[in-house]
Ligand binder design. Structure first.
Ligand code: SF4
Ligand code: SF4
Length: 331
């Protein structure tokens, strides 16, 4: 039976996915750490239909300064970590966001920020795009389609128009231009109960369509929607949940196991909990070792080889694979 029921908190998570690996004699272990993903909180200016964190304007979970400082101290003691990937919510809404980014720059770490684009048009965010440029922050910006109708359906009214405005402002600063060193990647996720199309083909379509609006970007990353929380609720209402879960299971592609993002990444939540990835964070499935929070460790490192797999992991292994870095086939 497909567990992790998808939308509910499930303490017993490791069933079908783990037994599939076992039956096929596959052992997936952690590799040396490269990336720390930091979730700065669930506060967001949007409330997207597919959000696996159920973020929105009314969420109060947010990373506080003492947690930020603890992460910075641990990073200073963690030479293995090369890159920090900041996410939320809308991380820019956290009052400590700029302090965190500037401090990461001082530590000479590669910084990626996951930006929903519309946040840059919110009052109080004037200057955030300049701040990104000044700190050489790589941006991964959500844009699930190049049409206003589809984007606004998934992400809320006028989100497409605000996103286009933000993309143009970022382009004016040099983001997405060859040789600028300012990377602007876009993130696509499907609107319905299907897997993403081929990443390179879709990137080509995006380049053609967005160039008509005068927008340039570097890469398109295709990301599979996880049937958990808000997206699971939506699928359940449409009577599509079981069919989508089955699609993920039957599309299992063993080659993706090589590149799963959880093999060289750790994720830290706003309250300092440690997880194998942001999806496990959203399901409150902690790392499968004793030290489960930043207050119990002296540096970010693997405290074990295992990963806490659950049935939602079929979302990462289906088809061309999926991760925060896009399709796994292209990694
Ligand atoms: S998907 Fe991103 S932009 Fe949308 S509600 Fe969730 S965190 Fe906010
Ligand atoms: S959801 Fe994906 S990244 Fe997270 S533990 Fe499962 S396979 Fe790894």
């Amino acid at each position: 039976m497909y567990k992790a029921d998808l939308g509910q908190q499930e303490p017993e998570y490791s069933e079908l996915f783990a037994s599939s690996l076992k039956q096929n004699g596959i052992v997936v272990k952690r590799k040396p750490l490269k990336t720390l993903q930091v979730n700065m909180g669930l506060l967001c200016n949007q409330s997207c239909h597919h959000c696996h964190l159920e973020s929105g304007p009314n969420r109060t979970e947010i990373m506080e300064k003492n947690t930020v400082d603890r992460i910075l101290d641990l990073l200073d003691a963690s030479p293995e970590i090369q890159a920090v990937d900041i996410t939320g919510g809308a991380p820019e809404m956290n009052p400590e966001f700029r302090y965190f980014v500037s401090s990461l720059k001082d530590l000479k770490l590669e910084i990626t920020n996951r930006c929903n684009l519309s946040i840059l048009q919110q009052p109080g965010q004037e200057g955030t795009a300049f701040f990104f440029k000044d700190n050489q922050v790589r941006l991964v910006c959500s844009l699930p389609c190049y049409t206003a109708e589809n984007v606004n359906k998934q992400r809320g009214s006028n989100v497409f128009e605000k996103s286009v405005k933000s993309l143009k402002e970022l382009n004016e600063l040099g983001y997405g231009a060859d040789g600028s060193g300012l990377t602007l990647d876009l993130a696509y996720n499907p609107l319905g109960a299907n897997l993403p199309p081929d990443q390179l083909l879709l990137e080509n379509d995006y380049k053609i369509e967005l160039s008509k609006l005068g927008i340039r970007f570097n890469r398109l990353l295709t990301i599979t929607n996880m049937p958990i929380h808000r997206f699971a609720t939506q699928l359940r209402k449409q009577d599509d949940l079981t069919a989508y879960q089955d699609l993920l299971v039957t599309s299992f592609n063993q080659t993706n196991l090589q590149n799963l993002m959880c093999r060289d990444l750790l994720s830290v939540s706003w309250d300092g909990g440690i997880y194998d990835c942001d999806f496990n964070l959203s399901l409150q499935i902690s790392v499968p070792w004793k030290e489960k929070s930043i207050w119990e460790i002296r540096a970010f490192k693997n405290h074990g080889e295992k990963i806490a797999f659950g049935d939602h992991c079929f979302g990462c292994t289906a088809g061309a694979g999926s991760s925060c870095g896009g399709s796994l086939e292209r990694n």
